[in-house]
Design a protein around this ligand. Structure first.
Ligand SMILES: [Zn+2]
Length: 290
């Protein structure tokens, strides 16, 4: 080891060490809260994507499962509502903050479902999370707890494996990360996401909803179809503005710097890459150039 390497090795090591402790501590500090949505459906907030919770005589059904270190706390949070086993989990898409608990819940006997592309994309993108055990190409229905739960693929949007989970009796839809109330939509282009597909998927979400439907976003708070429509209208405005700048021969950098989202930024800009205006415009630009 030469002097420079030695210096780097000994100076970097303590930083890595402290940050892994910091991560463990932050999971210890995560509080799990359960909120009623409608009928027999609840949502669980902790760290990562919102979990959909559906309870009844036949057992517990979950939509997504956050991170592995949170599994025990999630189970403890479910217990006041149901002492039945977690029988089924549907992954809305592949991201680790929605699938990190798969392995733990699988070991407890839960059957994990997801679209074909969730499993496929986890393999080719070298994800370390446990993929869904059972996959479907279009849709699948569960007939439990006295109602039908229809799970169906959306147009490629946040990723190429997004599904909506529609609890028909309770009139609740879990929309995964196609819809979020915390920031601009994030389009994961590396996993087959699409800006124009997001518009189509949000149109579908509005179409299948009625005035009373409650929508659980992947991140954020319960919404109605009117709020989804407003989010969609914003994307349509942004789409049209990006079209105009492409027509005017502007580069991606120029388009990102043109203030095309300025009246929306205060409400929707995340301030980091995921959920930023720049990333959204990047995805729109890529789609509209084709
Ligand atoms: Zn996601």
């Amino acid at each position: 080891m030469n002097k420079l390497h030695k210096l780097l090795f000994f100076s970097i090591f303590p930083i890595l060490h402290t940050s892994s402790i910091a991560v463990a501590q932050t999971f210890d500090e995560v509080e799990i809260n359960v909120y009623p949505v409608a009928g027999q459906v609840y949502y669980i907030e902790g760290r990562g994507g919102n979990i959909g919770l559906f309870v009844g005589a036949d057992g517990v059904f979950l939509v997504d499962d956050q991170f592995a270190p949170l599994t025990d706390k999630i189970v403890a949070a479910i217990r006041p509502l149901s002492d039945k086993p977690v029988r089924f989990i549907v992954n809305t898409h592949l991201h680790p903050d929605h699938t990190g608990g798969n392995e733990n819940f699988g070991k407890m006997g839960a059957l994990i479902f997801g679209h074909d592309n969730v499993r496929h994309q986890m393999e080719i993108s070298a994800y370390t999370q446990e993929p869904p055990l059972i996959t479907y190409s279009q849709d699948v229905s569960f007939h439990i707890n006295g109602e039908t739960v229809h799970v169906f693929k959306t147009p490629d949007a946040h990723t190429n494996g997004d599904s909506y989970i529609y609890f028909k009796g309770s009139n609740v839809i879990h929309a995964g990360d196609v819809y979020r109330t915390t920031s601009y939509p994030y389009i994961d282009i590396n996993n087959g996401g699409s800006f124009l597909g997001t518009i189509k998927a949000l149109e579908l979400l509005v179409d299948v909803s009625d005035d009373d439907t409650k929508i659980i976003p992947g991140h954020g708070v319960i919404s109605g179809a009117g709020e989804v429509q407003a989010f969609l209208d914003m994307l349509l405005v942004i789409r049209d503005r990006v079209k105009v700048s492409i027509k005017a021969g502007m580069s991606l950098q120029e388009t990102q710097a043109a203030g095309l989202t300025k009246e929306y930024d205060e409400r929707w800009e995340s301030g980091r890459r995921i959920g930023s205006s720049a990333a959204l415009i990047g995805a729109a630009y890529a789609d509209l150039m084709n």
